[in-house]
Design a protein around this ligand. Sequence first.
Ligand SMILES: O=P(O)(O)OC[C@H]1O[C@H](OP(=O)(O)OP(=O)(O)O)[C@H](O)[C@@H]1O
Ligand SMILES: NC(=O)CC[C@H](N)C(=O)O
Ligand SMILES: [Mg+2]
Length: 500
Amino acid sequence: MCGIVGIYSHEPVAAELYDSLIHLQHRGQDAAGILTCDERFYSRHGLGLVREIFTPGDVLPLKGNIGIAHTRYPTAGGYSESDIQPLWIGSPRGIALAHNGNIVNYPELADEIRLKQHRHLNSSLDSEALLLMLADKLATGSYADNDDEDFFRQLCKAVKHIYRRMEGSYSIVSVVIGKGLVAFRDPHGIRPLVWGERKRKDGASDYIFASETTAFYALGFEPKGDLQPGEVAYVSRSGKLFRQVVEAREFRPCVFEYVYFARPDSTLDGVSVYRSRLRMGQNLARRWKEIHPGHIPDVVIPAPFTANTAALSFAHELGVRYSEGLYKNPFIGRTFIMPNQKARSRSVRYKLTPQRTEIENKIVLIVDDSIVRGTTSREIVKMVREFGAKAIYFVSTCPPIKNPCFYGIDIPSRAELIAANHTEEQIRKYLGVDILMYQNQEDLVEAVTRRGQHHIKQPCMACMDGDYICGNITEQKIAILERQRETDRRSAAEKQGDGK
Ligand SMILES: O=P(O)(O)OC[C@H]1O[C@H](OP(=O)(O)OP(=O)(O)O)[C@H](O)[C@@H]1O
Ligand SMILES: NC(=O)CC[C@H](N)C(=O)O
Ligand SMILES: [Mg+2]
């Protein structure tokens, strides 16, 4: 679930792209890159966290008033330098691109590119196939010609072709040398893409397109909303904004953005992430009272950080004390998006410290946003037991995750999903808790859609209900995709000298 950003400004953009990446760090911790342009591209990238990769001395020489940046959480390919984004090519024109999402039919498209078009793919990234297809369709015309309307028409045709051929999820920011900044969102709107405007004193405007609104306030951009499913936006070199929906299909924004991925201060597709998490906690507490009326805990403790918001409303609804009984070291990153199981397991104990005063001799109810592999929950329960809890209840604001995601969350195989292979009773025993309760799917959707100016009828929750909106995901295809990602990851881990 990478973070992407593109900025068109009247001043150099590199520093603002860096600042945006800091505000999108929660979406990807593996690698990051910044690319700017004037008459040529300037780029800098590396493996690791944004602060580890760039020094001011790296960022300031990146010239130009237009640029894009990316923070990566891999869902395809490996973890090597060649898979870092933004990607760019020099012919035709000079086009660069950053991608959030995952292209399901990448293997077929890659074969076509290699075997039929005899073109070279320099990475194992699905995003590269998208870049080549976009470049191909923009190959006519010249960058000397200055007709922005003409270019936008050509761009819309190119993106429409991508919509017809590329199955999966993709929110894209791109720069075309000599032309300007481009952004588009797949026709189902699976991954988020928001935009903002900053009016200058001279009346001109700067524009930003990003995965989330998180950096807008700091950079002085006013949030203007979301790109619609199937919408293309273009800011020409002279600063004119063009927007057009070229092909909308059934809108299916990913529900897991609200559950876990997005930062709580973001508003995505008209719904406040923070408020949706409060409603998740409220709905879950109402069910708890219905299903387990005699089991009122002494204290409600979140599995920090993401679950904090839902735990707050859960405790409020139950009339029980909310307590930060597990302290999370803020300097350690998110566990779930770490690339391998060894790193994830090690990390839970390393970053969380139980507080005896909040746990000992108490009936503790732990709220987490999700139980995916069960790594976090099992480890936390052990820690809370060690600190003397009398009984432990565990609730998850996300229903059981039983199916792989092929649209941008790196859970591509059922083998690693605890709920795909175990009953709730088995999971309860595995976690070592007295009561385990999951949110149900209806209550989750209700929590996301209850308020806000939005058009969400049914979010994508394929990981819970198996309803895959695109990519012709059959049982046979699932098996192929599971094997393929497993091979990718294994070879990446071998290169890193690390087991899975
Ligand atoms: O069942 P698992 O595979 O362990 O995954 C689920 C856990 O991972 C995430 O936390 P994470 O530590 O990534 O980050 P957070 O601080 O945002 O909660 C999520 O919030 C759950 O706690
Ligand atoms: N999480 C994402 O959006 C990943 C984008 C792209 N598929 C990659 O692996 O880099
Ligand atoms: Mg967590």
